[in-house]
Design a protein around this ligand. Structure first.
Ligand code: AMP
Ligand code: GLY
Length: 428
């Protein structure tokens, strides 16, 4: 097939890496990055401009467009591609509101009977204060709109919670809304569920590390690492999530006349009161995609095309490698605050010389002299497969050690608790 992938992060690099491994496709990316350039032809286009992406796809004559990030999805890029007569993997702008608006997602969950945190939707600081006091600490305050993974504050500091709400409300003027939620205890799981608007096909669970520092300290980020499988997860978790969460949500979206096709990212907390949805996203998660796709043994192209063409029910069952995979994210100096760009990156080849290790690019660019430099917050994903989680961790960290990037940061405890058997799911 000829396939165009929209996006320029490690998630899109992971998608293209998996498609390239099939060995039979002509691959294009918009806009991509220097790592993606090794697997696909790059094209410059405004990713959020639907007609421009559709025109590029038409001129290339592609059979499928895969839209990676949330911003173009919410902007309706998949709609524009479909209107041009080309199958698109990714939901319509209307369906992407499941991610684009936390209050919309809460409304769908309530209608579908999906278990999630209790929430108050607030439009003033006074309403926020009342909601904080109603739930008590720890406080959870979420910006209603898209915020690149940084719109959520979880804190026991009431003033900090109020301040985040005040900023989020002010930033969006009269439209400003924040969601104040009940705190969910228990370990988190990310499960990606592929849908074509009717049928759902779950992938394998992964776990993400959202905070910048070891031991889950510091502010939230886009995600600092991931691993899969989750040996500690209860048996039957995936079936439970499909039955009680994914299928009812897909059915509810269809009955509203806005069917959701693409990947429904179900962010879960396994709490003492049962499995709860923390969030929905309308696209693959980053950094979890890097480990999930590293384990996929069935052709990714067939899965994405079946979602885009409404034929998932006919797709053969997916096959998975049992080997654990760990992804450690290397981030730039200053992330998740103001990052420093332009520092040279070295050692990728040396890292990839290690058995089972590959490196995916996110915030990378080329300097005027053509050297590889950091150009964003999360710079690289170092992914390793191993015979055990310990083995995969050791290889991933050996890979990270071979990467040179001045001032870079990474967590040293990705998958550590799981490898030590220290994760417990609270019992009901
Ligand atoms: P979200 O963007 O909604 O996924 O939130 C980002 C992160 O904040 C989640 O992955 C959780 O770690 C944390 N979080 C969000 N909502 C809650 C909640 N209700 N209780 C506890 N932690 C939460
Ligand atoms: N891994 C978190 C996200 O993609 O939102």
């Amino acid at each position: 097939m000829k396939i165009l992938v929209v996006g320029n992060g490690a998630r899109e690099h992971a998608i293209l890496h998996a498609l390239a491994a099939e060995g039979s496709h002509e691959l294009h990316a918009a806009n991509g990055n220097p790592g993606i350039a090794a697997e696909a032809t790059l094209h410059a286009v405004d990713q959020n401009d639907g007609p421009a992406v559709a025109a590029l796809a038409t001129s290339l004559g592609v059979d499928l467009v895969v839209v990676g990030p949330e911003a173009p999805l919410v902007a309706g890029v998949a709609d524009a591609v479909v209107a041009a007569g080309i199958p698109a993997f990714g939901p319509s702008g209307a369906a992407a509101q499941l991610e684009g608006s936390k209050s919309f997602a809460k409304d769908v969950m309530a209608a579908a009977g999906v278990p999630t945190a209790m929430a108050h939707i607030c439009t003033t600081v006074d309403e926020v204060a009342a909601a904080l006091d109603a739930f008590g600490a720890p406080y959870v305050v979420k910006d209603d709109g898209l915020a690149a993974g940084k719109g959520v504050v979880v804190t026991s500091d009431r003033d900090a919670a109020l301040e985040h709400a005040r900023e989020a409300l002010a930033a969006r003027g009269a439209e400003g809304r924040v969601v104040v939620e009940e705190y969910l205890d228990g370990p988190e799981v990310s499960l990606f569920v592929i849908s074509d608007g009717a049928t759902v096909v779950p992938l394998v669970p992964a776990q993400d590390f959202k905070r910048i520092f070891d031991l889950d300290e510091g502010p939230n980020t886009g995600g600092m690492g991931a691993y899969s499988p989750l040996d500690w997860a209860p048996e039957g978790l995936v079936d439970e999530v499909v039955e009680r969460i994914a299928q009812p949500t897909i059915d509810e979206m269809a009955s509203r006349g806005t069917p959701f096709a693409g990947v429904l990212y179900v962010g879960l907390a396994l709490t003492s009161r049962g499995t709860r949805v923390v969030e929905f996203n309308a696209r693959f998660g980053d950094p979890e995609t890097q480990v999930v796709l590293a384990r996929l043994r069935s052709p990714l192209s067939a899965l994405l095309l079946a979602s885009a063409t409404g034929t998932l029910a006919e797709l053969p069952a997916l096959h998975w490698s049992p080997s654990p995979v760990v992804n450690v994210v290397v981030a730039a100096h200053g992330y998740p605050g103001t990052v420093r760009s332009g520092d040279a990156i070295t050692g990728i080849e040396a890292a990839e010389a290690l058995d089972g290790v590959h490196v995916l690019h996110a915030g990378t660019g080329l300097s005027g002299e053509g050297t590889l430099v950091a150009s964003g917050g999360r710079v690289l994903s170092v992914i390793a497969a191993g015979a055990s989680l310990d083995d995969a961790r050791a290889r991933a960290y050996e890979g990270v050690a071979r990467i040179g990037l001045d001032g870079s940061q990474h967590r040293t405890d990705i998958a550590l608790k799981a490898a030590r058997g220290e994760i417990t799911v609270p019992s009901l």
